[in-house]
Structure formats: C-alpha cells, structure tokens
Design a protein around this ligand. Structure first.
Ligand code: SF4
Length: 276
C-alpha cells in the first residue's frame, strides 16, 4: 500500500536561519518566489487538486524558524478553511514549536506535525549555525506530548558520514514517528552546498536500513526523488519506502501527479485511500 502526500508552501522564503541546504534562507540569494501568506482560496484549490490526485495527506508548510503569534493565527485559519472544504488529513510543518502552539494547531484540525531532524546531532553545526539540533529534537517531543502524530526525517547527501547517517537513524528510532520523510539533497549553485554527496545505491541502502529498523513506520520519498532515482523510483519502494510526495515540492516543481499514479498502477501498487 502506498500513501500519497501533497505539500503546499503557504509562506515562502525570507527565513532568518542559515540552513546550508535551503533555498528559502535569506542568507543565500537563490531567487525563489517569496510571499508571506498564500491566499486561502489558493490553498483550498491546491488541497482539492491533492485530493483529486489521490493524496491522503496535505501539508501546510511555512518557511521560518518557527511559529510567531501571527503565523500561528494564519496557519490555523488556513487549516480551518481547508478542513471545511476538503476531506484530507492535514499536516503542519511550521518549524520549532512549543506545546501551546501545537495545541492550537490541533484545535484547528491539524492531525500530524512534520519537523525534520535534517541530519545527525553531531553533524548539524556543519549545516546550520543559527539554531541547534537539540531544539529540533525538543519540538519533535512536544509534538508527541500534545498528541499530534509526528513526521520526522531528514536529508541525505549533505556531506554527512556513514556514522552520521546511523546516528540520525538512531535518533529517529528513539522518536518512533508515524512517518519518516527522506529527502535527497538537491544541489543549487547559489547555496553553500553545491553537490549531492550520496549515490543512488547508497540511497537505496539507507531506505532499506530505515525499513529494517522501523518495520511499521511510513517511509516517505520526499524532495530529491526525481534527481536521485530519475524514473526508477519504484526501486526505492522495493527497498522499503511506502509513501511519496505527489505534485510540487516547496520551491521546485515535482513530477506530474498522473505520471506517478500511472507508474504505481503499472507496478501493481495499491494507493491508500486514507491515512494509516
Ligand atoms: S529554518 Fe527551515 S525554512 Fe529556514 S532556512 Fe532552515 S530549513 Fe529553510
């Protein structure tokens, strides 16, 4: 069974943080489209399209380190509006968050919260100097403590060692999330990191390591799927992934949803009709 999930970047760019892999950081001049708040009508339209494309989850993503009062209010407003119009499971992805903020999101109809560890605790200072890995881990704990389902994963190919990859896996195992989004770094010449340091074979190996370690957890192929596997991403499902992001990513266009669905059908994968 394969779970499809769609993403909407409801607030894009101008982030104060210096994550070296991220096109939304204000520290690098990547030239992405930037906006503070996407119109609610536009988000509802995207949620309807996601539902039509068989997505069971719809993720409301905001750039920035975490939630401010104003941002929280906006995300809650969007969540309420989408929930009213579209029967789809909502995921919040709004950076570091304290329990009180997460409780508000929950009241607005958000069921799951995505906050990636990104990489290992030990390697984190090499990819971000403006906040700590511990803060990220704490948000993940907050998510679980308020009774939201946790989605947490990271990015492979940032220059981390094998030891770092095992360390991130161990941390994720400790959190035992509902879903693990695995991203494969997408290089950009305007970012400090310009090369992906992972091969397709390594990527398949790590997906299978995640599957072996967390047999019951949803493992999602997220950003970088096309670059890493091209049209052979079915191999990543064989290695243990059971979820994909369908449609566009945060600042990069994804595969055409129909093409993905056709591929799944061709290889006899069933598409889930609801979340786990
Ligand atoms: S905090 Fe999030 S949005 Fe900001 S630079 Fe880091 S990854 Fe990008």
């Amino acid at each position: 069974m394969i779970y499809l999930c769609a993403i909407s970047n409801i607030s894009s760019g101008n982030c104060s943080e210096d994550c070296k892999f991220c096109t939304q950081s204000a520290h690098y001049n990547v030239g992405i489209e930037k906006y503070k708040e996407k119109s609610i009508d536009e988000v509802i339209k995207e949620a309807k399209l996601a539902k039509a494309n068989k997505a069971v989850g719809f993720c409301l993503v905001t750039a920035g380190k975490g939630l401010t009062d104003k941002k929280l209010e906006y995300v809650c407003e969007v969540a309420f509006a989408v929930k009213k119009e579209v029967d789809i499971s909502l995921i919040g992805c709004n950076g570091t968050a304290i329990k009180e903020q997460l409780i508000e999101l929950k009241k607005a109809g958000i069921k799951n919260y995505n906050h990636n560890l990104e990489t290992s605790k030990e390697f984190y200072e090499n990819i971000c100097t403006t906040h700590s890995w511990d803060e990220r881990f704490e948000t993940c704990l907050n998510v679980q403590e308020v009774g939201l389902n946790l989605c947490t994963g990271g990015i492979l190919g940032l220059g981390e060692s094998e030891k770092d990859r095992y360390s991130m896996l161990e941390s994720i195992k400790e959190l035992n999330p509902m879903s693990i989004p695995l991203n494969f770094f997408i290089p950009n010449e305007k970012l400090p990191l310009t090369k992906t340091k992972i091969t397709k074979e390594e990527a398949l190996f790590w997906i299978s390591e995640y599957r072996k370690t967390l047999p019951e957890t949803m493992i999602m192929l997220a950003g970088g799927r096309e670059l890493m596997f091209e049209d052979k991403w079915i191999e990543a499902l064989r290695a243990g992934a059971n979820s994909i992001v369908i449609g566009n990513y945060l600042t990069i266009k994804g595969e055409i949803a129909n093409k993905d669905i056709q591929m799944l059908t061709k290889y006899n994968y069933q598409i889930a009709k609801s979340c786990q």
